[in-house]
Design a protein around this ligand. Structure first.
Ligand SMILES: Nc1ncnc2c1ncn2[C@@H]1O[C@H](COP(=O)(O)OP(=O)(O)OP(=O)(O)O)[C@@H](O)[C@H]1O
Ligand SMILES: O=C(O)[C@H](O)[C@@H](O)[C@H](O)[C@H](O)CO
Length: 190
């Protein structure tokens, strides 16, 4: 398990508003790491990739074509939740990429805090399969896509998700997400 990637500098914020953490969720290959990193950069918010919180054992298990189960994911989700809590305690806005496939997983990450919001990258099996197959050097095989879609419980309205399609490029997706955030004018750069 590697240390989460370094945090982006937080823009000095004279407005004393409660911090927000965005969880960018979706199946493997939906674009979580790409979109979350770009979104954090555009917003000047701290970023972490959920993949960096996996143990080497879990990564090896997925690399070998075996999906994780609830038991294997729980400690991983706990480490991401601890990271989220640390950001909120520090008053930092942040973005974290995490598949968060099931409602129960998202409850672990969001807790009772209204300060954690879900961003759902929604795409077809065909589009995502094409992206995973075109990707090189990543531990997650395309053979696990069936298990990802089988485990996926799309967020319901009660989770107040920001749901965006993935057919457009990363810049357009990031702009669509940013437009749904109630940000003060001028808080999105690039
Ligand atoms: N909007 C997009 N348009 C085209 N290609 C994209 C888009 N978003 C991501 N990609 C590409 O699709 C592949 C998967 O993206 P990415 O690794 O960010 O997905 P992910 O959901 O984080 O996957 P995993 O959960 O397996 O880490 C990458 O090769 C990435 O460059
Ligand atoms: O919930 C899961 O099954 C895992 O988190 C996977 O989604 C991987 O983390 C990711 O998709 C590959 O990088």
């Amino acid at each position: 398990m590697t240390a989460p990637r370094s945090s982006a500098p937080q823009a000095a914020d004279s407005r004393a508003v409660a911090p927000t953490v965005l969880v960018v969720m979706g199946v493997s290959g939906s674009g979580k790491s790409t979109v979350a990193a770009l979104l954090a950069e555009r917003l000047g918010w701290t970023f972490a990739d959920g993949d960096d919180f996996h143990t080497q054992e879990s990564i090896a298990r997925m690399r070998d074509g075996h999906p994780l189960d609830d038991a294997a994911r729980q400690p991983w989700l706990g480490r991401i939740r601890a990271w989220i809590d640390a950001r909120l305690a520090a008053g930092e806005n942040a973005v974290v990429a995490c598949s968060a496939l099931k409602r129960a997983y998202r409850r672990t990450l969001t807790g009772d805090s209204g300060q954690v919001r879900i961003v759902f990258l929604e795409g077809s099996r065909a589009v995502i399969q094409g992206r995973v197959q075109a990707r090189h050097g990543h531990f997650m095989p395309a053979s696990l896509l069936d298990s990802q879609f089988a485990a996926l419980e799309p967020p319901g309205p009660e989770e107040d998700p920001i749901t965006v399609g993935i057919e457009d490029g990363p810049d357009a997706i990031v702009a669509a997400v940013a437009a749904r955030l109630d940000l003060p004018a001028g808080d999105v750069c690039g």
